[in-house]
Design a protein around this ligand. Sequence first.
Ligand code: SF4
Length: 382
Amino acid sequence: MQLRKTRKIHIGKLVIGGDSPIAVQSMAATQTQDLTATARQIEVLEKANADIIRIAVDNEKDIEALKILREKFPDSTWSVDLQENYKLAPLVAPWVDKIRYNPGHLFHLEKDKSIREKVQFIVEAARENQCALRIGVNCGSVDPDYKEKYKNDSTEAMVRCAVDHCQMLDEMNFENYCVSLKDSDSDKVIDANRRFAAERPDVPLHLGVTEAGLPPEGIIKTRIAFEQLISAGIGDTIRVSLTLPNDDKGQEIDVGRELLKDISEGRFRSVPENFLDGLNIIACPSCSRVENDKFVDLAQDVRKMTEYAEKYKLTIAVMGCRVNGPGETDDADLGLWCGPTRVNLKKGTETLGSFSYEEILKELKKEVDQMILEKFEALELN
Ligand code: SF4
């Protein structure tokens, strides 16, 4: 294990970075305004000893719910995801220990303002409330300017964006921040984090493979990335993203701790040869934005239904909401993103239609069969 070279940052009572223990975190997958379900979710994560619990906030009603929940759970360390609404930062900051903003979502509101002005606004809210920040770059929502500039190297687009945001925060004399660079492809997570750490070895990193999917494949994808990075001294806090029913979300923490223990004790699992050469199902871990509870069952059903196609190198993405689902399915061969009553089916970036939860598997199967015919059987015939 190489030593980590990052500086320490403070997230409430928790310290990450440098020689501090690697913190293990997870996220409430419930709608924040559903107080009963969110309180239950926080209990599940507290019981699993999560070092940080993340909650999503999209609007002022969510913040009202956050305040009520905070009174009930005053002791755990909380982080909030600002989603697209960066203007909520000063309203959220008094109640939490860390705020995550996504540089790729800052262009949505107030298009007349510069990105720097918006970042300054978030930084001042964090500074006034002693909050930490996370610059959270995600493969499915990279800032369009960087995507365009680095269109031949999507990993470089993420790294450049993160490095530039770090520089902005440095220039604003704000040091209490960390960075994440997430992708659903373990190799890209390794590459992005290595490139970033080479350039900014001082900045603590939050590691995660986004949309890793269902266990056990989701755990294996995460293990591939974490083994490579953590053993090289890269990574100060981790999140294992798994598609699980809400009551089982504590497993994300258990798996994270088990992975860290294995790595620190030198137990590296060899990843089965050709593990990702065949069918790859990616699925989001679900969060407060899921509008239909059938999503987790659907992800499981997709995996079961497609078992017959496991030898074909196809990627099928199953996403839980209409906010990130459409963008985060673009790179898959076939994508499903879930709305309240319908599931949308895509082939690459093209939308094929929307179907009820009862119909979708049949429609998906038709497309899988067609794709096997087009992409693979033609090859075999040649
Ligand atoms: S795709 Fe939507 S539901 Fe799934 S984790 Fe992302 S924001 Fe949440």
